[in-house]
Design a protein around this ligand. Structure first.
Ligand code: KQY
Length: 349
């Protein structure tokens, strides 16, 4: 699997609409998705999937250079159910993993998820890519990060969760990642971001910025439960050696102050499974690590926090060849993820 910082053919996104994920009919979220798509489309082809009911609206809202296709989904997390693209014999192929809404009937986030689960194959057909069928293994794209040189980062909380692949041992899970992603070294971070409802996807806590170097979400506030979580990840990374035998260089990326749901935002969300989707004061899994590396830009979230600027400066230093663009992403975060979670790159051959 090529790293995200390698050249892309394009990027896949999905137009948001479900009323229990996106407040007030997803109007604000859609505007944020359009901004993300527009920045990415400055340097690579963006394809946006929209339901039949939202196709006209998506086409009208998205700038003309963005391709909009009709494809049904249950929600809008392209990172997690668009194919994971890998390269073999100078050909790009897609992996169709099993998807069960982040934990199925154990601790999944909605039901059903059948349309999401069908997307990877449809997208491979649309893009003319061969597909590896691995639907007997539950994996979301946001739960893996690779360096393109044989190393994969994951979290134990997610990949070993009871709702994913409970019949497989850690070694068997590693073997599947080795076989399908072409990696030889898997670095298991113990956890991710506090209150991350995906069982703490790695793409919210830690990401490669180049081979041998990562950014790690960090807080200096020892009273914050995130402090011990980030510290345990740092300790793992300090002990780790990547597939090429390198020690990992860790760049700390500050976290914003805790971001919590307002009563007004909660009122704008439909219930899910007869229960409130979110409650006032609930902490969201805000992190600047959830950025997308496009061919000429890094698209990162902002939260209206004093740390926005500092996080942007750090990323700009780490990506001197790309322009870092920060997009106010609270309306994406309310859905449960961020810019990395709503995008999936298609690597160049
Ligand atoms: O990859 C993600 N972070 C998506 C989470 C979706 C949660 C559904 N509310």
């Amino acid at each position: 699997m090529p790293a995200e910082f390698e050249p892309h053919q394009g990027c896949i996104m999905i137009f948001p609409e479900r009323a229990d994920s996106w407040q007030y009919g997803a109007y604000a979220a859609r505007k944020a998705f359009v901004q993300v798509a527009e920045v990415i489309a400055r340097s690579e082809q963006v394809t946006v999937c929209a339901s039949a009911g939202q196709y006209d609206n998506a086409r009208a809202m998205m700038p003309p250079q963005i391709r909009v296709v009709e494809m049904e989904s249950n929600d809008a997390w392209a990172r997690d159910y668009a194919p994971t693209f890998v390269k073999r014999d100078n050909e790009i192929r897609g992996i169709d993993w099993g998807f069960n809404a982040w934990g199925g009937l154990v601790d999944g986030l909605y039901f059903p998820w059948d349309k999401d689960n069908a997307m990877a194959r449809k997208l491979c057909d649309l893009l003319g890519k061969d597909v590896y069928d691995k639907r007997d293994f539950i994996l979301e794209g946001g739960s893996i990060h690779v360096d393109g040189e044989g190393t994969c980062l994951v979290t134990e909380t997610c990949l070993l969760s009871a709702g994913r692949n409970p019949t497989l041992t850690k070694e068997e899970i590693e073997e599947t990642l080795r076989q399908y992603l072409g990696v030889s070294t898997i670095i298991w971070l113990p956890c991710g971001i506090y209150h991350d409802e995906t069982n703490e996807h790695v793409d919210n806590i830690c990401a490669f910025v180049k081979p041998g170097e990562v950014v790690l979400a960090w807080t200096e506030d020892q009273k914050d439960p995130q402090y011990a979580m980030s510290k345990s990840c740092l300790e793992t990374l300090e002990q780790a050696v990547d597939a090429k035998g390198r020690k990992i260089k860790v760049h700390k990326l500050p976290l914003p102050k805790p971001v919590t749901m307002t009563a007004e935002e909660c009122e704008g969300l439909d219930a899910c499974h007869d229960e409130p989707t979110r409650t006032p004061g609930e902490r969201l899994a805000a992190s600047y690590v959830n950025f997308y590396i496009a061919n000429k830009h890094v698209v990162m979230p902002g939260f209206g926090d004093p740390a926005d600027e500092q996080a942007k400066e750090i990323l700009q230093e780490l990506f001197p060849e790309r322009e870092v663009v920060q997009i106010y992403a609270r309306d994406i975060l309310i859905g449960g993820g961020n810019i990395h979670c709503i995008t999936q790159q298609i690597p160049e051959c």
